[in-house]
Design a binder for this molecule. Sequence first.
Ligand code: NAD
Length: 434
Amino acid sequence: MSSSSSRISGFFRLPPAERRRRLLALTTLSAERFTAVDPGALPLDVADGMIENVVGVYALPFAVAVNFTIDGDDALVPMVVEEASIVAAASNAARMARPGGFHTVVSAPVMIGQIQVTDIDDVDAAADVLRARAEELLGDARRLMPRLAERGGGPIALDVRPLARSGPDGGMLVVHLHVDCRDAMGANLINTLCEALATRIADLAEGRPGLRILSNLTDGRTVTVRCTIDDARLTDEIAAGPAVRAAIAAASRFAELDPYRAATHNKGIMNGVDAVLVATGQDWRAVEAGAHAFAARSGAYRPLAVWHERSGGLDGELVMPLAVGTVGGALHVHPGARLALDLAGAHAADRLAAIAGAAGLATNLAALRALATEGIQRGHMALHARGLARAAGATGELIDRVADELAATGDIKADRAREVFARLCSPYMVKNTP
Ligand code: NAD
């Protein structure tokens, strides 16, 4: 999308139809494309073809986070999530990160396929044989995926990791096949390759073929996202920029020292990442598994993103594995996911990884800033109060009036919302009755 166009002031105040109009004006999409995210848009027969035992279609809100600049280009960031405050947090943090925005380095899309071999008498000798035949085995693998090779991808390396010399499974090793998956997430194509090579590899190792499947610890397929936030952008009515900066850096150090805090810190990152992944039809369980395994790769569970103070501002850096695809998986059947990719302008896997990673660093920043200043509860509770007001039956301006009263008393509960609504409602009913 064109430069600076994702900065949409007051987007959150508009009704959904007007938000669609604003997005249409910023993109080349036709209005009909948005029917893909209308309530009831996914036909039952399509859903029935996606998974087993389908009895219906489950809806979640589809939103767009604004204000993102990623690698010099503005991006609309589609998000699907059930938790209030994530889209607002991402948009606010992206605004703080402007005008520089987020800068990313996306690695080559290299995934690992694992071929396990068990019941080997001499694991070290078997490993030597397999290493000596690595080029030949890679050649076999490449011939199995000619189309991927034509696209510039395909198997690129093979290594051997002895795992046990003896034990209940005998001598055991695993062969890692490293495959550049281009714009595919790659699970199915890696699994196909592993299946095809397993017997030959087990024969060479004089063992039995075991599991053959990709690893979700995709440490060869990572995204690094960086941003710089000036003190002026951190300042609010509660705290001055330098104090907020110091508190965020201290919160980051806390996460580096304590796995209990690091888990929550990383959850704040996955708030943004997962919302983009769900919107764009990705396998978010695969990314979750990879993210947490990567966070623990040193033996201690660590934060995926860290924040450091520098003179006049704050530097943030996120490094995490992100196996995503803009082809394959559910994308060929899910119109909402296709719309999300088009809205984001993510037509290649590396751009999608950059966008999901930037969303993750943004929600991490927003959470740390809220924790560091006003306390996360206040912001959450204001949104929660609006949700309760709606659930109690409030519409239009009554939502704000009920929510404001709940927030003012600090008693933010469903029965209290019903009470306040009933009281505020009566003069309205009288006034509006013909
Ligand atoms: P896929 O099976 O649809 O394969 C991708 C296809 O896209 C290939 O046939 C490839 O030839 C084609 N293609 C077209 N243009 C391409 C391009 N530019 N770059 C690369 N390929 C291109 O999808 P996949 O990505 O192999 O597998 C993803 C699916 O596997 C997801 O649905 C995931 O949920 C599932 N899965 C995951 C796991 C796991 O994570 N453990 C295990 C099994 C299956």
